[in-house]
Design a protein around this ligand. Structure first.
Ligand SMILES: Cc1cc2nc3c(=O)[nH]c(=O)nc-3n(C[C@H](O)[C@H](O)[C@H](O)COP(=O)(O)O)c2cc1C
Length: 166
């Protein structure tokens, strides 16, 4: 089975810190994603500070995994660098998934916390991390070494597949 079938959301981590070169590999994987017109209009904020992780974990009720993660990777869409700006969310989705798959490959646990397009969440993140108006705070990815194993459940559902017409 490929990495795709091994990835799952991991929300509890050990205290072990993820080395810088491994974080760099996650960023390289993110930047390797496909993007509309190859615009690559993404930016990343790597959050390492405990106080900042705690503050982000309190920004919405599903953000609690941020508090115990080794690092947070905030993914942003830079509208100043976008050529096909209406596609930027899709670019960032591909970028996020690449980061999650690379995290699986590195033996890490990770979870994607949704921020964009929920306005109150993105405003809190923008204000807290000094994100300029031309950047969309897309998501926060929590990464760390998994505190426990999570079994994978396969989801293939033949009834959702249509050949030739719906
Ligand atoms: C757009 C998006 C937003 C998500 N937001 C959150 C979140 O805020 N908090 C969280 O714990 N998980 C979040 N998740 C993870 C999903 O809950 C998870 O992917 C889903 O339950 C399926 O489980 P799996 O990732 O283990 O396959 C999000 C996933 C996506 C794609």
């Amino acid at each position: 089975m490929s990495l795709v079938f091994k990835r799952k959301s991991v929300r509890k981590y050990t205290d072990e810190k993820v080395p810088d070169d491994v974080i760099e590999n996650l960023l390289k994987a993110g930047m390797q994603a496909p993007s509309a017109c190859n615009q690559q209009a993404w930016e990343f904020i790597v959050v390492t500070n405990e106080e900042d992780k705690k503050a982000i974990s309190e920004m919405h009720k599903f953000a609690t995994p941020a508090a115990n993660a080794s690092h947070l990777i905030v993914t942003l869409g830079n509208l100043n660098k976008a050529k096909a700006y209406r596609m930027i969310e899709q670019d960032l989705g591909a970028c996020n998934e690449n980061i999650l798959l690379q995290a699986t490959h590195e033996g890490l646990g990770a979870v994607w916390l949704g921020f964009h397009p929920v306005e109150d969440r993105t405003l809190k993140l923008k204000e807290y991390l000094d994100i300029p108006d031309y950047c969309i705070p897309f998501s926060v990815i929590c990464v760390g070494y998994p505190a426990h194993e999570i079994p994978v459940k396969l989801r293939y559902d033949e009834s959702k597949v249509h050949f030739d017409r719906f």
